[in-house]
Design a protein around this ligand. Structure first.
Ligand SMILES: *[C@@H]1O[C@H](CO)[C@@H](O)[C@H](O)[C@H]1NC(C)=O
Ligand SMILES: *[C@@H]1O[C@H](CO)[C@@H](O)[C@H](O)[C@H]1NC(C)=O
Ligand SMILES: *[C@@H]1O[C@H](CO)[C@@H](O)[C@H](O)[C@H]1NC(C)=O
Ligand SMILES: *[C@@H]1O[C@H](CO)[C@@H](O)[C@H](O)[C@H]1NC(C)=O
Ligand SMILES: *[C@@H]1O[C@H](CO)[C@@H](O)[C@H](O)[C@H]1NC(C)=O
Ligand SMILES: *[C@@H]1O[C@H](CO)[C@@H](O)[C@H](O)[C@H]1NC(C)=O
Ligand SMILES: *[C@@H]1O[C@H](CO)[C@@H](O)[C@H](O)[C@H]1NC(C)=O
Ligand SMILES: *[C@@H]1O[C@H](CO)[C@@H](O)[C@H](O)[C@H]1NC(C)=O
Ligand SMILES: *[C@@H]1O[C@H](CO)[C@@H](O)[C@H](O)[C@H]1NC(C)=O
Ligand SMILES: *[C@@H]1O[C@H](CO)[C@@H](O)[C@H](O)[C@H]1NC(C)=O
Ligand SMILES: *[C@@H]1O[C@H](CO)[C@@H](O)[C@H](O)[C@H]1NC(C)=O
Length: 833
């Protein structure tokens, strides 16, 4: 790692001083192994280099970190950004007080890591993630796990690398920020900063000084919904993580390892994502926060809408006119627009409205939603009603990952996208709603159920509080014996709580003919399921849990209440439970059409499942799953998604069942009963099957298998092609590669009509079953994919559990057999975990 070898790549360095006085081979700096301008060190894997540099157009010397072996110069971190060395006398070393310091020729300290409790034998190390850390070597701390005193990843400048965490404290809103350079030749702190804002729905903001310059739109659990390009680059894993210790942070990983990529806040305020294909010699830009003038915050003022494809870019929303038409026509849009007609809501006090004068909602498609939305976790259908009952609510939107969002006051920073975006509904007076195609009348509320009281609190804090309140009330309930819904009435009106009933065992015995055999619907992994009829005529399904749950009574009840709160039209509704002695039973709504497998894998019934019905089922499963995955605190990983766990209502709408089981039975993988009951052969993701690691992506794997089953009408687990022992996944992959994907499709489906859609779904199925979890899309991406919102699907690689066909395999069936059974053996072993 001698610097000289790479010198030609760094012609921007001052060559004449090119004498490495204290040449160090390694990746560390200590008080004796220090570097002097123009020396440098590289990280152990050679990816990063740290040393002295001058920015383009400046003679000042700085210490920075940049990519090693990369033709163009990209400084990723600067130490003494506000305090340059004016000549080439700089030294980077460990000072007497144990800090990493930069000194000039007069031994003046220009920069210090400034850790107060450092030790004299500390050393600095540049790791292969680009993280420079000051480590405590002394005393006790073992060599492989030294204590970190300071790290450059915590002290970021303008670049955001993989594994960095851009965090914000959800309580105090104290933020870490990327800060721009002043100019390309001056690394000192410029006016732009980028940080995560949690006061509302989490959002990334760029500020110029203290004023907002750009916003990402709300985070919906997968993407920032104001960044339409984020949808198509699913392979770039941005994620927002709640560390459960008061901090929420943004991380980012770029899955494609043959590219270098990071995020950079440029001195002009643009956040960009440069990438370098390692074969090529120049950096490209994947994405930029400013693709047009519309991306500048509030470009068109309040109630103005920006469309980059129009000239002029700004216009007023329908029903609005420029506040200052003279300025507006001169292209000064800052004052925005005002309503032409007052809302009816403002004109009457008695609330009743005569037909024909009701306010309505104007639907705007593919929008960047305005700033400062308030969210409410309700279902999509309740969104318009929730907005219309409150006169202050001027617009609403719905995103499945957020819930209902609405806005009061001015609508600022509206943008019309040409791809992606969200539907936004803006409240207008009836007189402005002439085009019936676009209006959505306000449903006059017959009874005003609740008020729209949403505190402006953080996303995560709210959820935390909600859960805590729920738990507390539950504990109270358990001691008092009240039903939670009654008890919650007074102080918890904002938590929407379903009727939750504790049944008596006698009631259930009566309803099921004493749990008679002829009332038995089947047997699930958790125990038998019975059909029952309550005295009031209501039909119910009763799941009698096998006795060995790892949980105590109280935990079980707490968990029940949490699961009970989870409601979605694609999830089976839990009505209540019964806990007496050793007996634990769950009571669900009854589904007359039983489960998907009884249709799908029955040659006679399968005929009735046409493609539209199947697609509706697929879509419904996705939506139910998204609902389970979206909540970072209550997040539910199903862990046993399969055809028999998809129930069908009268209209064959799918409802996921058994979704709380993994939670109810405790997440501890070491518990014997958990090992026994969770997961089903053929649906388990490899990382789950082999290592017991589960995540949303393991559910996505199961979903992918299910999707291929729905398309083919064949069961993954019980099927063998005549000649080869291919699984359904193996067959799908083989046919896909032979460009014959449609041969997989159930012969009952006319491929001529739905060819493209079927191929798209097979493609998605293969993507969902990729070997590596990070190669699988998240469920929200799956929704966008199957609904063709993402047009270009990535090409799948070989899915998991497909017999790998090596060259020997092809010449004898015996060999091929061996490959298969090897695969089976692996799984059998796993199955026993
Ligand atoms: C340095 O600046 C000049 C002129 O501004 C530009 O042409 C050149 O590409 C820059 N070099 C680098 C390495 O950025
Ligand atoms: C170093 O830290 C001390 C207290 O921790 C602080 O007062 C001082 O301003 C810091 N100095 C620099 C240069 O950051
Ligand atoms: C930075 O590096 C240190 C030591 O190499 C390590 O302990 C720390 O976890 C790293 N930080 C990040 C964010 O990777
Ligand atoms: C030293 O190590 C021992 C055992 O590993 C530990 O109990 C003790 O707290 C350590 N002391 C310091 C100062 O880290
Ligand atoms: C940033 O703010 C400064 C000071 O308010 C202003 O002069 C400058 O024009 C702003 N920059 C941009 C790009 O808006
Ligand atoms: C880079 O080059 C190697 C060999 O020259 C080639 O195999 C590889 O596909 C290239 N990678 C990219 C991303 O172009
Ligand atoms: C734009 O219009 C507002 C009033 O609508 C005015 O105060 C402001 O000075 C104008 N800006 C420019 C640059 O003309
Ligand atoms: C109340 O509603 C009636 C029509 O239902 C309307 O005639 C009357 O003007 C309203 N009252 C007020 C104060 O607006
Ligand atoms: C939203 O509407 C639903 C159904 O009308 C209602 O149950 C719920 O309480 C409303 N939520 C709010 C916050 O008003
Ligand atoms: C109703 O009128 C008041 C003032 O008269 C105004 O401040 C408010 O924004 C109006 N509300 C709506 C929804 O237009
Ligand atoms: C309407 O919503 C706002 C914001 O959530 C709230 O402050 C206000 O009290 C609500 N008004 C009514 C009548 O519910």
């Amino acid at each position: 790692m001698i610097f000289l070898g790479k010198a030609r790549l760094f012609s921007f360095l001052v060559m004449s001083h090119f004498v490495v006085k204290f040449c160090i081979g390694g990746d560390v700096i200590t008080s004796t192994e220090y570097i002097q301008d123009p020396g440098s060190i590289t990280s152990s894997g050679g990816l990063y280099r740290m040393g002295f540099f001058s920015p383009n157009g400046s003679a000042n010397r700085y210490v920075g970190i940049w990519y090693n072996n990369v033709p163009t110069y990209n400084v990723l971190w600067v130490a003494n950004r506000d305090n340059p060395i004016l000549d080439s006398s700089g030294v980077l070393t460990i000072s007497d007080d144990g800090n990493l310091v930069i000194m000039n020729g007069k031994r003046e300290i220009l920069w210090s890591s400034n850790v107060s409790n450092s030790v004299t034998d500390a050393q600095a190390q540049l790791s292969d993630s680009g993280n420079l850390s000051l480590l405590k070597q002394s005393s006790n701390s073992s060599a492989n796990n030294p204590e970190t005193l300071w790290e450059s990843f915590q002290d970021m400048t303008d670049s955001f690398l993989q594994k960095m965490k851009l965090s914000t404290n959800s309580g105090t809103n104290e933020k870490q920020a990327l800060t721009s350079w002043k100019s390309p030749s001056d690394p000192s702190i410029g006016s732009f900063s980028a940080s995560l804002d949690l006061r509302n729905i989490p959002e990334l903001f760029i500020r110029n000084g203290s004023s907002l310059y750009w916003r990402s739109g709300p985070w919906n659990g997968n993407i920032f919904i104001g960044v339409p390009k984020m949808q198509s680059v699913y392979i770039n894993g941005f994620n927002l993580v709640d560390d459960h210790e008061g901090k929420v942070y943004l991380t980012y990983s770029f899955a494609e390892t043959s590219y270098l990529s990071y995020l950079l806040l440029k001195s002009n305020g643009d956040l960009v994502q440069p990438y370098l294909d390692q074969n090529s010699s120049s950096w490209g830009i994947v994405w930029s926060s400013r693709e047009s003038h519309c991306d500048v915050y509030g470009q068109c003022g309040p109630f103005g809408i920006c469309n980059a494809n129009k000239s002029p870019i700004c216009s007023c929303l329908r029903g609005f006119e420029p506040k200052n038409s003279e300025e507006w026509s001169r292209g000064n849009w800052s004052s925005g627009c005002i309503r032409k007609s007052l809302l009816q809501c403002n004109g009457t006090t008695n609330g009743s409205s005569t037909a024909g004068t009701k306010d309505g909602f104007l639907k705007l498609e593919m929008m960047k939603v305005p700033n400062s939305g308030i969210f409410y976790s309700t279902l999509e259908d309740e969104c318009p009603g929730n907005c219309s009952i409150n006169c202050s609510c001027v617009a609403y939107a719905y995103d499945p990952g957020v819930g209902c969002m609405f806005w009061i006051g001015d609508l600022i920073d509206l943008q019309k996208f040409s791809v992606g975006g969200t539907n936004l509904y803006v409240r207008l007076a009836h007189s402005e709603l002439d085009d019936k195609g676009h209006l959505r009348e306000i449903i006059a509320p017959i009874v005003i159920i609740g008020t729209l009281t949403v505190t402006i609190a953080t996303w995560f804090a709210r959820r935390k509080a909600k859960k805590r309140a729920l738990k507390e009330s539950m504990e109270k309930h358990l001691s008092s014996g009240e039903t939670p819904s009654a008890m919650l009435g007074q102080n918890m009106s904002r938590v929407e709580f379903p009727e939750f009933v504790r049944y008596k065992i006698e009631e259930l015995a009566a309803a099921t003919g004493n749990f008679g055999e002829n009332n038995k619907l089947g047997r699930g992994g958790f125990g038998p399921v019975y059909k029952g009829r309550l005295p009031n005529g209501q039909e119910i399904a009763i799941k009698r849990l096998s006795r060995a749950s790892g949980q105590g009574h109280q935990e079980f009840m707490n968990e029940m209440v949490v699961i009970c709160k989870v409601q979605h039209r694609n999830l089976v509704r839990l009505l209540g439970c019964c806990v007496e002695g050793d007996e634990k039973m769950l009571i669900y709504e009854f589904m007359p059409n039983k489960s998907l497998d009884t249709f799908l894998f029955d040659p006679l019934k399968r005929v009735h499942l046409d493609w539209r019905t199947r697609f509706n089922i697929v879509d419904g499963i996705c939506r139910g799953l998204l609902y389970l995955h979206r909540d970072s605190r209550l997040k539910i990983i199903h862990r046993d998604l399969k055809a028999s766990n998809i129930l069908l209502d009268e209209e064959l709408n799918p409802k996921i069942s058994d979704f709380g089981m993994a939670r109810i039975f405790g997440g501890n993988e070491n518990q014997a009963n958990t090992r026994r009951i969770v997961g089903t052969y053929g649906y388990m993701a490899p990382e789950y099957a082999m290592e017991g690691r589960f995540s949303e992506k393991s559910d996505v794997f199961s979903f992918g298998t299910l999707l291929l089953e729905i398309i083919s009408g064949r069961q993954n687990t019980s099927f063998h092609e005549e000649d080869q022992c291919l699984s359904l996944l193996g067959l799908a992959w083989k046919l896909w590669n032979e460009d014959n994907g449609l041969a997989l499709v159930d012969p009952n489906i006319p491929v001529t009509c739905f060819g493209m859609e079927l191929l798209r779904c097979i493609n998605v199925g293969l993507l969902c079953t990729q070997e590596r979890a990070k190669d699988r899309p998240s469920i929200s991406i799956v929704i966008s994919m199957i609904n063709s919102e993402i047009v270009d699907l990535p090409r799948p690689k070989q899915p998991a559990f497909t017999a790998r066909r090596t060259t020997q395999d092809t010449d004898s069936s015996g060999q091929s057999q061996k490959t298969c059974s090897a695969n089976d053996v692996t799984l059998t072993v796993l199955h026993g975990r």
